[in-house]
Design a protein around this ligand. Structure first.
Ligand SMILES: [Zn+2]
Length: 184
């Protein structure tokens, strides 16, 4: 994997590729999980927000432009960062909307968005330390490169399909099959 490809334009394209993969994976995992739960406004809000926040750990790519001492997949790629992001985002939403339920929505969305990002990065070649600072152990399953277009765009398509299926299910559109399996 090449964290910093040549040329600004190329870098922008590669980062867009990362975004597709992370957004797709988060949509896929969250939609499948939510299918097992009763549909609600809160569930849909978590689905949208966690997908939007799924690239938050890669903020270190931006921060590197300010300081070359920062390295990609450092502290922002850890469970600690996921929890901190959850607490901050939850507090911000509760402060904005003035209701306690928004803390939970913000906490779950940001924490899960970051954790699903870590799951995606774990599949690639570039190692990172998810248990930092408790453990320095690095993980990298080395199944594909982070900028693999086929994998990233495939995840986005699968995520889009899972979202569509979830929305149909949540709206009751596929309850049409229910009478078939119901006993007389
Ligand atoms: Zn990352």
């Amino acid at each position: 994997m090449r964290p910093f490809p040549r040329g600004l334009g190329n870098r922008g394209r590669v980062e867009a590729t990362y975004y597709k993969g992370h957004a797709g994976l988060t949509l896929l995992l969250t939609s499948l999980t939510l299918m097992a739960l009763p549909p609600s406004d809160s569930a849909l809000q978590v689905l949208i927000l966690s997908t939007a926040l799924s690239t938050l750990p890669d903020i270190d790519l931006e921060l590197r432009r300010l300081s070359r001492h920062l390295h990609h997949r450092g502290p922002t790629h850890s469970i600690l960062f996921a929890l901190m992001a959850g607490l901050i985002f939850g507090y911000l939403l509760q402060y904005t909307y003035g209701e306690a339920r928004w803390f939970l929505i913000g906490f779950i969305s940001a924490t899960w968005g970051v954790l699903s990002h870590l799951l995606g990065d774990m599949l690639t070649y570039h190692p990172f330390k998810p248990l930092w600072p408790l453990s320095q152990r690095e993980v990298a399953l080395k199944l594909c490169s982070a900028d693999n277009r086929l994998v990233n765009e495939g995840l986005l398509i699968l995520g889009g399909l899972a979202l569509t299926f979830y929305l149909f299910k949540a709206s009751g559109a596929i309850a049409l099959t229910a009478p078939i399996v119901q006993p007389l």
